[in-house]
Design a protein around this ligand. Structure first.
Ligand code: HEM
Length: 292
């Protein structure tokens, strides 16, 4: 390596070290953002169409993710790397998700929600860093909340339109009543991120964690899509052609019910039970004839 080259690299590293955390994190996750936008689930949104099965499974996953994220943030609220970006009044999503889940699944939604393995891995990682590396929480809070306040706003409108939902019912997750201007709030959030004091090592850890946060989201989206493709290939095909309506919503629910039945141990046991009943009836009849 020439002397000139090493001077350039050192200058670039110094620039990275000096630049604001909010800028560095955006630069570090630029490619990951493109990959997230190109997942099949997000592409449905980009096409302006999302099915109720997709959205309901997304809500189930988001509930687990925000439960873990917000518990970790609450527990570390006074940590110096968390305090500046701790905005529960403005940002907390858990209650909105509970409301939306209740809208779709009814009061017993807790017994009905379905969570893919990738979501459990994401939640596990959030709990882990809440305990061992609270300074990394900024990477996860940034990825989710700033995403929700950016592209997320468009996703909310597409969901409402695709599923024909009225009066914000089922889409309260996307609404931030305590944030009057998302773009101004994002500016404030970025300046708070930039005020966090981190060692060089911690800063690098945060940047890596942000890339990981995007990766975890991508895995969740892929898992959701895979669950749907196994459960309802026919519906998927139809969804490409049919505009969504209440009839579609009902159809999706029937398909989901089918999925649940498939996983039920009783469904596979049914032929066995029928056979045993048959044997019992035959024995009873046989014994009756014998007694007679
Ligand atoms: C269809 C999918 C998506 C679209 C169309 C989209 C669109 C956008 C747009 C237009 C912005 C820029 C807003 C601005 O500069 O004010 C943005 C920012 C952002 N998005 Fe997305 N997004 C999508 C998916 C995602 C996903 C899945 C995540 C993460 C899980 C995410 C996380 C973020 C974050 C963290 C920012 C803030 C970047 C920054 O200013 O530092 N986005 N998104």
């Amino acid at each position: 390596m020439s002397g000139e080259e090493s001077v350039h690299i050192a200058a670039a590293e110094m620039h990275m070290a000096d630049s604001d955390l909010s800028e560095s994190i955006k630069a570090a996750t630029k490619d990951s953002h493109v990959r997230a936008e190109n997942t099949e689930l997000m592409r449905s949104y980009v096409r302006g169409q999302v099915s109720s099965s997709q959205y309901k499974l997304l809500l189930c996953s988001l509930y687990e993710i925000y439960r873990a994220l917000e518990e970790a943030l609450d527990r570390n609220a006074s940590h110096p790397a968390v305090m500046p970006i701790y905005f529960p009044q403005e940002l907390a999503r858990l209650e909105t998700l509970q409301r939306d889940l209740e809208h779709f699944y009814g009061q017993s939604w807790r017994q009905k929600i379905i969570v893919p393995a990738a979501t459990l891995r994401y939640a596990k990682r959030l709990r882990e860093i809440g305990e061992k590396h609270p300074e990394y929480l900024v990477a996860h809070a940034y990825t989710r909340y700033l995403g929700d306040l950016s592209g997320g706003q468009v996703l909310g409108r597409i969901t409402q339109k695709s599923l024909g939902l009225k009066d914000g019912e089922g889409v309260s997750f996307f609404s931030f009543p305590a944030v009057s201007s998302p773009s101004l709030f994002k500016q404030l959030y970025r300046s708070r991120m930039n005020s966090i004091e981190l060692t060089q090592e911690q800063r690098e850890g945060v940047l890596q964690e942000a890339v990981r946060a995007f990766e975890l989201n991508i895995e969740v989206f892929d898992d959701i899509q895979e669950m749907l493709s196994i459960a309802q290939p026919e519906t998927d095909l139809r969804q490409r052609h049919i505009k969504h309506s209440h009839a579609q919503l009902l159809q999706d629910d029937k398909m989901m019910a089918k999925t649940l039945q498939i996983t039920s141990p009783w469904s596979s046991a049914a032929p066995l039970i029928r056979m045993l009943l048959g044997v019992c009836v035959a024995l009873a009849v046989g014994m009756g004839i014998y007694a007679f």
